[in-house]
Write a protein that binds this ligand. Sequence first.
Ligand SMILES: Nc1nc2c(c(=O)[nH]1)N[C@H]1C(S)=C(S)[C@@H](COP(=O)(O)OP(=O)(O)OC[C@H]3O[C@@H](n4cnc5c(=O)[nH]c(N)nc54)[C@H](O)[C@@H]3O)O[C@H]1N2
Ligand SMILES: Nc1nc2c(c(=O)[nH]1)N[C@H]1C(S)=C(S)[C@@H](COP(=O)(O)OP(=O)(O)OC[C@H]3O[C@@H](n4cnc5c(=O)[nH]c(N)nc54)[C@H](O)[C@@H]3O)O[C@H]1N2
Ligand SMILES: [Mo]
Length: 770
Amino acid sequence: MATNIPLIPNPENPEHFTGIRISKPKTVAAGIPAVISSFKHIKAEMSIFRGMKALLALNQKGGFDCPSCAWPDPDDERSGIAEYCENGAKAVAEEATEKRLRADFFRDNSVYDLAQLTDYEIGKKGRIAEPMYLPEGATHYQPISWNNAFQKIAAHLNHLSHPNEAIFYTSGRASNEAAFLYQLFVREYGTNNLPDCSNMCHESSGVALNESVGIGKGSVTLEDFYEAEVIMILGQNPGTNHPRMLSALQKAKRNGAMIISVNPLPETGLMGFDNPQQVKGILGIESVLTDIFLHVRINGDMALLKAVELLLLEEEQKNPGSIFDHEFIENQTAGYSEFINHLKQYNVQELADQCGIHIDQIRETAAALKDKKKIIACWAMGLTQHKNAVATIRELVNLLLLKGSIGKPGAGTCPVRGHSNVQGDRTMGIYEKPSKAFLNSIEQNFGFHPPQEHGFDTVEAIHAMHDEKGKVFFALGGNFLSATPDTLYTAEALRNCALTVHVSTKLNRSHLVHGKEAIILPCYGRSDMDMTGGREPQFVSCENSMGVVQMSKGILKPVSDDLMSEPAIICHLAKATLNGRSVVNWDQYLNHYDHIRTDIERTIPGFDDYNKRVREPGGFYLPNNSRVGKFDTTTQKANFHVADVTVQKLEKDELMMMTIRSHDQFNTTIYGLDDRYRGIHNERRIIFMNQADIYDFGFKNGDVVDLHNYDDGVERIARKFIIVPFAIPRQCTATYFPETNVLVPIKSTAEKSNTPVSKLIVIKLKKCTS
Ligand SMILES: Nc1nc2c(c(=O)[nH]1)N[C@H]1C(S)=C(S)[C@@H](COP(=O)(O)OP(=O)(O)OC[C@H]3O[C@@H](n4cnc5c(=O)[nH]c(N)nc54)[C@H](O)[C@@H]3O)O[C@H]1N2
Ligand SMILES: Nc1nc2c(c(=O)[nH]1)N[C@H]1C(S)=C(S)[C@@H](COP(=O)(O)OP(=O)(O)OC[C@H]3O[C@@H](n4cnc5c(=O)[nH]c(N)nc54)[C@H](O)[C@@H]3O)O[C@H]1N2
Ligand SMILES: [Mo]
């Protein structure tokens, strides 16, 4: 039975179309339609009372942290009623739904039946309400007690010939408290196999920034946005994925900042913004955001950045000292002359051809940057999920270094994080390559010797399970099957496992493509009131994209009495698995989360007075040396980096494809079937193409095609996608993730960060015959 479970997308079981409607892409984001959309999603999932209660607490000081993105809350004024965005409201609706899945649901629906559904349909089923177990060979999940579930997992873990045969994945919603306990348990158990969603996300930023400026996090605060002269936004779609960033951009702009956007798509949110939290916005008065839009080809960023740098260098040479910040370069950087010598080999016109942007526009960009001293560079997945991602991000830092634009107000690096606590999880030690200092601190504070050998990252974990070296897969959140590349290969990997376990709020495809045995442990979400310890509601804490740690306290009554908090699940699992072997006092953590924070404070720098400061409204900033112009690199300076421009070679019948998010999804959670800003309604199986390419390839708008990839001699197929013409450069196409993850070759990963290359997949199109 297990091997017949359909995968979606699956060559044998194509998804059905849902009835596409196309309208003109929007020119302005948010506004009234966003407010209406928020309420529609809330109303579909819960009573208005519960909905209002949740929304009123969302991102308020003393309320809960939005489970959607990692964009920070304003340090000063928060709008009393609406410090959230349309997509934050959708995230809450999805999590706080009153629909629940109990034993009868799993009795009535086999795993096979559930796997026939689309991701959208699966997600809409409701919250998992009690622990469930799938015995070997069974067709249906059945209820299991918490205690038996922990005993079964413990037995599997203790049965392995080495702890490195177990893999412990984390998705970025886990709180600091949960993440800290999780890594502590995993390391005491004996492995560093702690892959996380960051491996697929901003890993390239972490690697690049560490090498360049000595810290894997961004350097700016929200205040810097309001002082910046130029804000560059590369490979990011904030209107959909970080909507509250638009308010910051609007304010920055009012203060005189210029905005330069670099994207293969003219994303609505980048172009214009209608602030729903202001009267003017409600009245539909839009503000134009982007001043210069650079319609780059997929992965043309490196060539573009070099072209801009070269033009700046030409100016600088005409008038030495007028463009570059020589004092900064001299005192605070290393590698300047090698960088300049290498840059001089390039030719602006050739670079312009490579990135697909007219030389006049590149000149305009260079002219805009010429006299500016305070530049912020923002980026997200459009830069990180490429083969040369690390090099491209370092090139962006090169540009900032030339201008002395880091370590001072109004300037710096801003990798815009995805999951709401993905940055905090890393700070807590969710990392397969922990530093010696971190491991030593664990040893000193807890008295056990943690494993020193590095563990598997996400892609390595998939290979290990595929090769039967990874035997137990445990996930703290997330949807591993759908989020990872090469869906069929990953499915084989998961099915090879003896046991797969998911700590989850909602049902997803990873529960349906499972190991020989499978367990689902249902946990509280951010909005749920957590009475662990029995006396008072517990709170947890999260670190946002700008390094602010804040408390998050759920306020809703959980949909079932059979849920447990993530920290509690980890404590119980640790006790069951390590039994008498553990030197950690897990019971005190179950008693009160303050004890977890006390131990975090002892172990990880920057958390002094954690319990006190986290209770202060707005939380506290973690230390960040790059913010103050100190660079903890091997040279003790910010490092220029030399890299070549690489250009993807394409055959005549090949195209580049990037996989992106629609406006109605959070990663693999599909909220709805619309991509409102891009004018797509009621359909996800589409491929955006340039109109001239559609014609040249012999297709018509609306034709249905199969997408093929042939990397490493493997034929990968995603069937049935509707061609939609769009303002995208020639030879570039876009589809939604996760439907096309089946095409992302497992071996195609970024140099140094090993992040799957989800933004440049070489594909061929074939007209669909069936
Ligand atoms: N509502 C909502 N919010 C989210 C998420 C969600 O799914 N839904 N996901 C969260 C997570 S985990 C993350 S990581 C972030 C993701 O946030 P984003 O990075 O904004 O998400 P993507 O949709 O992957 O968009 C990538 C953008 O990069 C562009 N792009 C693609 N390739 C290139 C390229 O080669 N060069 C350039 N310059 N641009 C390129 C695409 O056109 C698109 O605009 O959002 C977080 N927030
Ligand atoms: N092709 C392609 N693939 C990609 C990307 C891409 O752009 N293109 N983006 C990548 C990126 S940036 C990321 S971050 C990954 C995301 O990878 P993941 O983080 O693994 O995936 P999500 O879809 O965010 O996980 C959703 C599931 O998390 C569970 N969940 C939700 N809230 C909670 C909670 O509070 N606690 C627990 N325990 N579980 C919860 C629910 O069961 C839900 O089904 O995907 C990556 N994959
Ligand atoms: Mo992400």
